[in-house]
Design a protein around this ligand. Structure first.
Ligand SMILES: Nc1ncnc2c1ncn2[C@@H]1O[C@H](COP(=O)(O)OP(=O)(O)OP(=O)(O)O)[C@@H](O)[C@H]1O
Ligand SMILES: [Mg+2]
Length: 335
């Protein structure tokens, strides 16, 4: 890939203190985000997508979690070593995040307008009240809200899910960030609104040139919206590729399992990650070898004893599987 890398995650390890002891939720994860690209992160529930995203903006729950290792390079600067004040300036201003359910991110006791103005006050301390009002209206218009003045006076519970998400997007984009991290931004919405919100995110991205990390369970969303994909399984990246290579020629048996079970990737089908028999292993009892071995149709002895390394297998492609040289078609029949 020739595009300029804006964000690079290297060897990230995140652990939690739990009742079962210390568990590793993110295990040596690495990927990069190119300027102006949309990177999709896919994987079943609990595989570490949100923990990875929260690590980037350093908003992991404290004190239960700890980033044990790794680097998060934003324009070459390691965010993990930045003093907290500097990190606060980057968060929101350079790297913004939107979440699955905007109700939890919005404060229920303040109007949308007041919350937007608080964000401006934080990032633009010299702005007058009139300027803040004008900016809020302009951002909501840009987020596709037809009657922004009315929305400004509403409390979150008075707004529909789609409008709440548009308010969140407007707030996230208020500083024109370089990177938007969208963690399941549409799963709480119905299908039509989902498509509208994703179209909005893409339109805003095309206007501003920002880069996006789009976390989703929905492979249809990945196929429609992303340039690059990282597939996570049990706290690790098992495969990365550009979107066309991944969908046309998936290499990892986990990725293949996810794709083979999808009936259709048409825009109108609501394709969730299908169920592969078995479960993701418990964080407190990870197998010694490949974490997918128990669910994999191709497991061999080496898979039980040695964890596969994520290795490069061509331009922009990595995969963590001992048996990856096997032809895809042969495996497909057996899943
Ligand atoms: N505060 C916490 N304390 C203990 N373990 C946690 C905590 N937050 C997350 N985890 C664990 O870390 C692992 C990764 O969680 P994460 O939320 O990143 O999954 P995810 O891929 O985002 O899943 P989903 O698709 O359901 O959002 C899970 O096993 C989860 O139980
Ligand atoms: Mg999550």
């Amino acid at each position: 890939m020739t595009q300029h890398t804006l964000l690079e995650i290297k060897d990230l390890v995140v652990e939690f203190d739990t009742e079962q002891g210390r568990v590793r939720a993110v295990d040596h994860v690495g990927f990069s985000l190119g300027k102006g690209r949309i990177l999709g992160i896919a994987g079943e529930s609990g595989c570490g997508k949100s923990v990875t995203a929260l690590s980037i903006i350093r908003l992991l729950p404290k004190p239960v979690s700890q980033i044990v290792k790794g680097r998060i390079l934003y324009q070459g600067q390691d965010l993990l070593t930045l003093p907290i004040q500097q990190m606060q300036r980057i968060r929101g201003r350079k790297i913004a995040m939107i979440f699955q359910e905007p109700m939890t991110a919005l404060n229920p006791v303040h109007t949308a307008g007041r919350q937007m103005k608080e964000v401006f006050a934080l990032h633009f301390p010299d702005m007058t009240a009139g300027e803040k009002h004008a900016k809020a209206i302009q951002l909501l218009e840009r987020a596709g809200i037809p009657d922004p003045a009315r929305v400004l006076d509403k409390y979150p519970h008075q707004l529909s899910g789609g409008i709440r998400q548009r308010v969140m997007i407007a707030m996230a984009l208020s500083c024109e960030p370089d990177i938007l991290i969208a963690d399941e931004p549409t799963t709480a919405l119905d299908v039509t609104i989902q498509a509208q919100i994703l179209d909005l995110i893409k339109t805003l991205k095309n206007k501003s040139g920002m880069s996006i990390v789009l976390i989703t369970h929905d492979l249809g969303v990945i196929a429609e919206n992303c340039d690059d994909v990282a597939v996570m399984y049990a706290g690790q990246i098992v495969e990365t590729a550009d979107v066309h290579s991944l969908f046309n020629h998936p290499l990892h048996p986990y990725t293949q399992g996810l794709l083979v079970s999808i009936p259709s990737l048409s825009k109108h089908s609501k394709t969730r990650l299908p169920t592969i028999p078995g479960h993701v292993p418990d964080l407190a009892r990870m197998p010694e070898g490949c974490r997918f071995a128990d669910r994999c149709p191709d497991t061999e002895d080496i898979c039980r004893t040695h964890p596969p390394r994520l290795r490069s297998v061509g331009k922009g492609r990595t995969v963590a599987c001992h048996l990856v040289s096997r032809p895809f078609e042969q495996k497909k029949k057996r899943i």
